[in-house]
Design a protein around this ligand. Structure first.
Ligand code: ZN
Ligand code: ZN
Length: 379
């Protein structure tokens, strides 16, 4: 099926061809006459198939990417007109032979027909410019939905920070009880947590480790489970409240309406400082932040609940995080004679995002280029 899509054949015709036993090779090797006589296609279908298979195929990876980024749905009508789709060349293939991703759009047969109409009034056709705009908007929308879904269902990896006391506090506030997770039973039985939901302090004594980093110290004894337990508890609480995409709140109009106390998630690169030294009860908070004019967004991070030494290191390498939080404070600040709106968010947890904006480099933080980031940040 996808093989035929690479040649610009629509899904309906492709599945019809497959159903009558055709494939790319046999379409090529069969005359138009026989496609009609032997395979029972109509003249129009046979003509299209014969014409399409002479094209240069679209790169398989680009087909995959287009289907994924458009959720296998027409970018114009969003699948309302039809579930079927075709890979359309925005600058028509006959003229451009351009198979670049930027020249491809996913359209339903109906909208595809509009895209190929010539000489009609503008209202009755789709121009390349309009299609590009539809594609951009739709891909952006699909991306945001995927990110939201991944973030709120916990599809992230390497949790670097889990704010245990704040999550427990929020549980009581929202759910009135400490929610159970699939790990609760096991953690209670092995004495890692107490009945009130907190981490059992006996653990630090038993293993003779720093009680001020309760999530760091017993990797071998199941800290991963403990971290996951509190994180899933947070997801459970977040499923019971209204959670906003931070990007939607970072608008002056939204701030005017009031965003204080709102729950939010953010997925993207953050700036942070490496936490050094042994964490004690007197340790200062560290932070992660982003800037998006005129906003400076800051999450104050209690170093006690950074989950590992790697996490402490990674925070400073501009990781792409999924950050869960609640807006605590908004104030106007002046920096270098410029006015900013500083938004303080309480972080409940953060970890490396799996679903993220396509434009963000995948493993940015691995390239240690801190000076450059610092410079970017100062702009
Ligand atoms: Zn459509
Ligand atoms: Zn087309």
């Amino acid at each position: 099926m996808e093989k035929l899509l690479q040649y610009g054949i629509n899904t309906e015709l492709a599945s019809l061809a497959i159903n009558v036993g055709l494939n790319l090779t046999s379409i090529r090797g069969t005359s138009k006459k026989n496609l009609i006589a032997v395979y029972g296609l109509d003249k129009y279908q046979a003509t299209i198939l014969k014409e399409c298979v002479t094209r240069n195929p679209i790169n398989e990876a680009d087909v995959q990417r287009l289907l994924e980024r458009n959720s296998a749905t027409c970018c114009v009508c969003k699948g309302i007109k039809s579930d079927a789709y075709i890979i359309h060349h925005i600058e028509h293939y006959n003229i451009s032979q351009n198979n670049d991703y930027d020249n491809l759009a996913l359209l339903c047969p109906n909208d595809h027909e509009l895209a190929h109409r010539e000489g009609e009034a503008l209202a009755n056709k789709l121009t390349p410019k309009q299609i590009k705009q539809f594609k951009r908007n739709w891909e952006n929308y699909v991306e945001n939905v995927k990110i939201r879904q991944a973030t709120l269902t916990g599809n992230i990896h390497d949790l670097d920070f889990v704010n245990v006391p704040r999550i427990l506090e929020l549980a009581i506030q929202i759910k009135k009880v400490i929610p159970s997770t699939r790990f609760t039973q096991q953690l209670l039985q092995s004495g890692k947590i107490l009945d009130d939901g907190t981490i059992n302090p006996q653990l630090y004594i038993d293993h003779n480790l720093n009680p001020n980093t309760p999530l760091k110290f017993f990797a071998l004894f199941g800290s991963t489970t403990l971290i996951q337990h509190y994180y899933e508890m947070l997801l459970d609480i977040f499923s019971a409240v209204n959670v906003n995409n931070l990007e939607d709140l970072l608008k002056v109009s939204e701030v005017r309406k009031g965003i204080l106390g709102k729950f939010c998630y953010y997925v993207g690169g953050v700036y942070g400082k490496q936490y050094r030294g042994v964490v004690s009860e007197e340790s200062d908070y560290t932070s992660i932040h982003i800037r998006k004019k005129p906003f400076i967004v800051e999450w104050a991070v209690n170093p006690m609940y950074i989950t590992s030494a790697t996490a402490g290191w990674r925070i400073a390498r501009r990781p792409i995080y999924a950050v869960y939080g609640k807006i605590l404070n908004i104030e106007q600040v002046i920096e270098n004679e410029k006015e900013y709106i500083r938004i303080e968010i309480r972080p409940y947890a953060f970890g490396l995002a799996i679903e993220k904006k396509d434009k963000t480099p995948l493993i940015h933080y691995l390239k240690y280029d801190w000076d450059k980031y610092q410079a970017d940040e100062d702009l």
